[in-house]
Design a protein around this ligand. Structure first.
Ligand SMILES: *Cc1c(COP(=O)(O)O)cnc(C)c1O
Length: 497
């Protein structure tokens, strides 16, 4: 059975369902598989539909769930909440393929994991016969928030609180969250950026003030620091590979490259786990926006926060502290918790750390990094629409731009799959302006105009937003996060009595 150990204390070892419940380790570390011993060859999933593929992959890593339990979770998650039976369709463009991950209920790739995480959590609770409340604390740079609110709304034994940066998310993203339904949900804007929001959530699990307030309440997370978020994201790497084989674009066993628009390093780490499981991946191309801390890190081995924070039109990647990198460092150092703790301490105290050359070389064997500024991002959206009649969102554009640069610079001819991470309509004002040069002031106006221009239908969950009631308007200072969390924990505890 796979044991999950904390990146900051390798002797803290638990099973997969326990890791799903806890989210983050109590020492602040991230639960990571102690070793990956299973191998899954792409042949094994070649003729599966998305659900059957998911059962094999998720079952291989979350291996203390029974096959029945995983099957129930998978079939409950990947149903007609998605607007296509394929769940994840592929679309060919010049130079590669787009893997469209945004056909779920909130139109972002986060839906793939957050439609199943509540089910995995509920199943884990049943295993333990527990009936305390799990309070899901979630920091969002825009998309996780709504996907988690949608996934956890009115799920028994759970409550969810989402923190988002007041300035930084798109108007549509904000409205999606503010209009969320469900008796167990809470949404709070923070006067700060994503890193401030994530810090609150991470500090909550070690804060005395918060823990004292947790009577009958357990804190967990829906961020990609939860391994139950990460594992379902491995599935589509296999799935897209199999689709290319079936389309005759690839011989089974031949390598592919993936381009991953990256913020918290979760999605791309799932790609690395796919590679560890045996998927023939040559390079994972890490695509960043102007917050290019990861590009520099992959090129130099120095992770440094000594840089300015940029608010961009790809807000879900406006992140300077990429949490899941900690898992990669842990795996590449041979589960060296002491070394990883020292690096994370250095990041906190000095704002930087440096990895040694051996580790840097290992990282560069699997990864390379490119970043794209706002002008190039807009131009990519424009060109793809005008030249290839393909409408993409700014995050996906950062990915396509990285693909183009990579292919020009390396002449690598291995097939490339770009992860397309959000519907263009979540960022319709910027997408419309990129294509037409015209800046509209109203988001719903931009939505209508973009639909008229492109002929691509607006997903119903986004078009209906204009008519929904705004339920959440609370906003707090970034210093008041732990106080707000403690208060929420006390209320949840009282509700229970
Ligand atoms: C979250 C998100 C990303 C980045 O994913 P990470 O797992 O944080 O690296 C990219 N694009 C979109 C649209 C997202 O919502």
């Amino acid at each position: 059975m796979t044991r999950y150990i904390s990146t900051r204390n390798a002797s803290d070892a638990i099973s997969s369902h326990e890791a799903v419940i806890r989210g983050l380790a109590s020492d602040g570390g991230l639960y990571t598989p102690e070793s990956i011993d299973v191998r899954i060859s792409p042949e094994e999933i070649l003729n599966d539909d998305y659900r059957e593929c998911a059962i094999k992959i998720i079952g291989a890593l979350l291996d203390d769930y029974s096959e029945e339990e995983i099957r129930e979770c998978v079939y409950g998650a990947y149903d007609d909440k998605f607007d296509t039976d394929e769940i994840v369709p592929l679309k060919q463009i010049k130079g590669g393929w787009l893997m469209e991950l945004w056909h779920g209920p909130t139109s972002a790739f986060k839906d793939i994991a957050l439609t199943i995480l509540p089910r995995l959590l509920t199943a884990a609770y049943r295993k333990e016969n527990r009936n305390d409340i799990v309070s899901i604390l979630t920091a969002t740079s825009g998309d996780t928030g709504k996907a988690a609110l949608s996934g956890f709304a009115d799920v028994p034994h759970t409550a969810i609180t989402v923190f988002y940066p007041e300035i930084g998310v798109s108007a549509i993203q904000k409205r999606q969250m503010a209009t969320s339904k469900g008796e167990n949900v809470e949404v709070i804007a923070v006067k700060g950026n994503f890193d401030d929001c994530q810090r609150m959530v991470k500090e909550a699990v070690t804060s005395k003030e918060v823990l004292d307030a947790c009577k009958g309440v357990t804190i967990s997370s829906a961020n990609s620091i939860n391994i139950g978020r990460l594992v379902p994201q491995i599935v589509y790497y296999y799935w897209s590979y199999a689709k290319l084989v079936k389309a005759g674009a690839l011989k089974c066993g031949d390598p592919v490259n993936f381009v991953v628009p990256t913020g918290n390093f979760g999605d791309i780490l799932a790609g690395y786990l796919a590679r560890q499981l045996g998927l023939p991946v040559k390079k994972l191309i890490c695509a960043s926006n102007s917050n290019n801390v990861l590009t520099d890190f992959i090129n130099t081995g120095v992770y440094s926060l000594d840089r300015s924070f940029h608010t961009t039109m790809s807000p879900s990647m406006d992140i300077l502290i990429s949490s899941n990198l900690e898992r990669l460092l842990f795996m590449l150092s041979g589960n060296n918790d002491i070394k990883v703790s020292a690096m994370m301490d250095s990041l906190k105290a000095k704002g930087s750390y440096r990895i040694d050359d051996v580790m840097l070389k290992k990282i560069q064997e699997s990864f390379c990094g490119y970043w794209t500024d706002e002008d190039a991002c807009a131009l990519t959206i424009h060109d793809l629409f005008v030249e290839q009649n393909t409408l993409i969102d700014p995050h996906t554009a950062v990915g396509v731009s990285a693909m183009n640069r990579y292919q020009r610079e390396t002449m690598d001819s291995v097939p490339v799959i770009v992860l397309s991470t959000a519907s263009p309509y979540k960022f319709c004002r910027d997408v419309y302006a990129s294509i037409t040069g015209e800046k509209l002031s109203d988001d719903f106006d931009a939505m209508d105009q973009l639909e008229k221009l492109s002929g691509v239908k607006v997903p119903s969950n986004l078009s209906e937003l204009r008519n929904l009631e705004i339920r959440f308007t609370r906003s707090i200072e970034k210093e008041d996060g732990l106080k707000a969390i403690a208060e929420r924990m006390r209320n949840l505890g009282n509700d229970q009595d």
